[in-house]
Design a protein around this ligand. Structure first.
Ligand SMILES: [Mn+2]
Length: 372
């Protein structure tokens, strides 16, 4: 069979406004444009997008236009652009913006049946069932599976609706020619191989996450490993540096600010004119030192973040957005970022209440009583 090559990406989250900074929203578009540049340069046959290209399933017309333009750049050069929707840009009434922007279904990417993949579904078992129910002659042709969700063997904290029970598929026996399962959703590029200790097999398919390419959350700084690239023989990661520098500093143990300026004042010259982002962390005790960060505003964009000391752990930044998925996560996130019990109670009851007005009215009543 003729060889083919592809790039695979996921979790670009176009439209996401980290820290509400327009510069960072633009950065994500730059990331996608540079992926397209790379696909053209490598002359790959396919670009696969494994979900969450958009941050929401209602992207702005401007973003849709942008993606269409980039897809056209590839298609007019003979590159097939294919992929699936993720949980962020999941289909509404069976149609997802990623496809309406010109990204074709995975099943349609090859007429040889090489690729199988399904849009994210809030009932992820549905997609596993589809893979299990595929006729044997189609399973035998499949070389790559694309899915968006959470594989417990790779990621401990799965949520039920995203859980992908790949294990139940007995991939080695039921997809005999599979080279890999390419995943989206987890932003860290975790990967492994599918093995069956009970039997000797020569085929041990790869399984893993593309990983996000830009910075969607602050804990993604410095975790990038590049873009998945199948060159026809092997799967590797092509280096892909983000062109904006993110620098995390702790106000309590950092260098004197004057040194920061000396150290960083040249940064934007080397990063496409993009000012570095300084994430300045502080906690309850070191908050008073914050004014010392003032010189940083001259050389970059500064974002201050309060952290909380944890026993046996280094400081951890709590990202509320990613935690606000379930009530349990919500409680954990809230506990870590609210200092007062009554504020915690108020926010939590407002967030989980069907009618937020009720707890707010109660709170109003209570505080007015206290003030009298
Ligand atoms: Mn996702």
């Amino acid at each position: 069979m003729e060889k083919y090559s592809f790039l695979a990406i996921a979790d670009v989250h176009l439209g996401w406004k980290l820290f509400n900074m327009p510069e960072l929203t633009q950065d994500l578009k730059d990331v996608f444009r540079r992926v397209v540049d790379l696909a053209l340069k490598k002359k790959v046959n396919y670009l696969f997008i494994v979900g969450d290209l958009f941050d929401t399933n209602k992207p702005s017309p401007d973003l849709i236009k942008f993606v269409r333009e980039q897809v056209t750049r590839l298609v007019s050069n003979g590159i097939v652009v294919s992929g699936i929707a993720g949980d962020h840009d999941k289909p509404i009434n069976d149609s997802a913006w990623v496809h309406l922007s010109g990204v074709i279904d995975v099943q349609d990417a090859s007429n040889k049946g090489l690729f199988v993949g399904y849009d994210y579904s809030d009932n992820s078992q549905e997609n596993i069932d589809k893979l299990a129910a595929l006729p044997i002659e189609q399973r035998e042709k499949a070389e790559w599976i694309f899915l968006h969700g959470q594989v417990p063997e790779l990621f401990m904290f799965t949520t039920d609706k995203k859980k992908l029970d790949i294990k139940s598929l007995d991939i080695i026996n039921t997809y005999p020619n599979l080279k890999g399962v390419v995943l989206g959703d987890i932003h860290t590029p975790i990967s492994g191989v599918i093995t069956d200790p009970a039997q000797k097999t020569t085929n041990e398919p790869w399984i893993g996450y593309c990983g996000s390419l830009g910075v969607i959350k602050t804990d993604e700084i410095g975790t990038k490993e590049g873009i998945l690239y199948w060159d026809g023989d092997q799967l590797i990661r092509l280096p892909f540096e983000i062109d904006r520098k993110f620098i995390r500093l702790n106000i309590a143990d950092s260098l004197k600010p004057i040194n920061w300026v000396v150290k960083y004042h040249n940064f934007f010259r080397n990063h496409n004119g993009k000012k570095p982002i300084f994430i300045v962390e502080y906690d309850k005790e070191s908050k008073k030192l914050l004014p010392e960060a003032a010189p940083l505003y001259e050389v970059g964009i500064v974002k201050t973040i309060q952290t909380r000391k944890q026993i046996d752990k280094t400081d951890e930044v709590i990202n509320i957005r990613s935690e606000l998925k379930t009530n349990n996560h919500m409680e954990a996130a809230l506990k870590d970022c609210t200092l007062e019990q009554d504020i915690y109670d108020l926010i939590l009851s407002t967030l989980v209440s069907d009618d937020p007005k009720v707890p707010l009215d109660q709170f109003k009543e209570l505080t007015l009583k206290d003030c009298q």
